[in-house]
Structure formats: C-alpha cells, structure tokens
Design a protein around this ligand. Structure first.
Ligand SMILES: CSC[C@H]1O[C@H](OP(=O)(O)O)[C@H](O)[C@@H]1O
Ligand code: ADE
Length: 289
C-alpha cells in the first residue's frame, strides 16, 4: 500500500509551503464540511494532504472544529497516516516553551463535541488504550531530532474544552494527575482517527506554562503567538523530513491501527441502520464491505 501523509495544522499553522503540484481543494463528507479546503500535493515523491484545523484565518473555535468531517475527509482522500501539529501549554518545568512533545497518552476532559462516527444502529467500540501510533510517533521523534528540535519522546496531553484557558486550581489539579501538556483539540481527533483506522501521531509544540508556574506569566493568546512564530518554522522543518523517514511503500501498521475496527462492530447485521452505514462508507468501508 502507498503511504499518504495527512498533516493537521493547529494554531499558527495554516499551510505547508513547498509541496509539488500543490492545490487547495474542497472535500465533501457525510459529516458536513471540513474546517477548510485541503491542500494536496507531493513532497519527495510522497502524497501529502494538509488541513488547517481551525481553517485559514483561524475561524473555528476548539469546540466548533468539525472533527468528524476532518478525519473522514482525510480517510476519503486515501490518507494512511495522520500527524497532528498543535500548540500546547506545559505542566513540566523541563518541557519549556519552544520544545516539542510527541504525545503518547491523553486525558479527555472535553464534553461538548461529537466523539464517535458510530451510534444507534451501528455501535462499535475500538480500543484507545494506546491512542497514538508508536511507529508514526517514532518517525516524528526522529524527524524532530534531525531538525535540531528539542523533543520529548512521550507525554500525556490533557484535552480541555475551552475556549477559556484553565483556572489556577484546574492547572494544579491536572499537574497532580500526571498530565504533561494541555491543549484544546487533540480529543476527539485522536479517537476518531483510531475509529477510521488511521495511524495518528501528535506533535505538541510548547508555547507557555499555562498558569501554574510562579515565575511565568499566565498564558494568553499573545504569548502563544509569540512562541508559535518560531515553532511554526520548526514544525515545517519536521514535516519536511517525514517523507524521507517514512518512505513511499507502507507496510501494515505493526500496532494494528489500520485494523482497529476488526472486532469492534457489535450491532447485529439485521439491526444496522442503512443511513448510518452509508455515512460510514469511507471510515468503515473496509469492515462493512
Ligand atoms: C491560540 S491559543 C489556544 C488554542 O491553541 C491550540 O490550538 P491547536 O491545538 O489547534 O494548535 C489550543 O488547543 C487552542 O485551540
Ligand atoms: N495553556 C494552554 N491551555 C490550553 N490550550 C493551549 N494552547 C496553547 N497553550 C495552551
């Protein structure tokens, strides 16, 4: 199978320059419109699809990002591996602004979003014990090291609803829970990628110390943007190295991301809702036949 890399760009990352035959194109999905048109093209001979999570011009709030449409659109376009690039706050002294964290765990505190492609008439339960792909994450760590970025291999990302930043009590509590970084978007994105049988890795770029650190100012958008200006360049450098590391011929995922739905559907075939099955054509077509 051919490798096709999808990149979801977060705050401060609204395009990726340097794609060959780059073209912005609209994609329709049964879950509505994605955040924006997608940018398709090739990098070092590998097909790439880029999607700005909040839309160009940062239109969608974290709650309003159409997560299901975004993941469906990438799947529909034949993407096999998704790299999420996000801004985040840090709960650890040693994870400093400017550092990257290749996240491997999440605590999902979001509550106002559609979190699954499945539902009445088509119930499925996938495992998210290991919510990111270890193979793809390892490639991101290598790409970051090659690019001279200070990168932390693994970390727990707390996904909050927002759009307001955390209170001091929340920030202290999340630290005590063992969270390493905080953001507003990687959930339900990671869960939906798993349901769609896509390998998913999350590169979180530290922009601030949230509000827990006695020697740093409380986070605000100006601080995030100031750090992001440098981080965005680093992120593009990282992404530019991925085609060389991943290669064009893709072996099946050794961790089973691309077979996550194998034993997940529990609704009896004669009880399934044809309308829902139709919407699942791209996401679950492999198992629904
Ligand atoms: C602009 S500060 C808060 C905003 O930034 C992060 O966005 P993303 O995860 O898409 O990079 C954070 O999650 C909030 O949405
Ligand atoms: N401290 C923070 N909390 C939530 N989302 C963020 N994105 C960047 N910094 C953040």
């Amino acid at each position: 199978m051919a490798m096709k890399i999808g990149v979801i760009g977060g705050s401060g990352i609204y395009d990726i320059p340097g794609l060959e035959e780059a073209r912005w194109q609209a994609v329709e999905t049964p879950w509505g419109a994605p955040s924006d048109e997608v940018l398709t093209g090739r990098l070092d001979g590998i097909e790439m699809v880029f999607l700005p999570r909040h839309g160009r011009g940062h239109v969608h709030s974290p709650t309003a990002v159409p997560y299901r449409a975004n993941i469906d659109a990438l799947k529909r376009l034949g993407v096999t591996d998704v790299i999420s690039v996000s801004a985040c706050g840090s709960f650890r002294e040693e994870m400093a602004p400017g550092d990257f964290v290749v996240v491997d765990q999440f605590i999902d505190r979001t509550f106002a979003r559609e979190k699954s492609f499945f539902g009445t008439g088509g119930v499925a339960h996938v495992s998210v014990a290991h919510p990111t792909c270890a193979r793809l994450s390892a490639a991101c760590v290598s790409a970051a090291l090659d690019a001279g970025i200070t990168v932390h291999d693994g970390g727990t990302y707390l996904a909050m609803e927002g759009p307001q930043f955390s209170t001091l009590a929340e920030s202290r509590m999340y630290r005590a829970w063992g969270a390493d970084v905080i953001g507003m978007t990687n959930m339900p994105e990671a869960k939906l990628a798993r349901e769609a049988e896509l390998c998913y890795a999350s590169v979180a770029m530290v922009t601030d110390y949230d509000c827990w650190h006695p020697e740093h100012d409380n986070v605000d958008v100006a601080a995030v943007i100031a750090t992001l200006t440098g981080n965005a360049e680093k992120a593009r450098n990282l992404v530019g190295r991925l085609p060389g590391l991943l290669g064009s011929a893709r072996a099946a995922c050794p961790h089973g991301c691309d077979h996550a739905l194998e034993h997940a559907m529990i609704t009896a075939p004669d009880k399934r809702d044809p309308a829902l099955l139709a919407r699942l054509d791209a996401v679950a077509g492999r198992v629904l036949g």
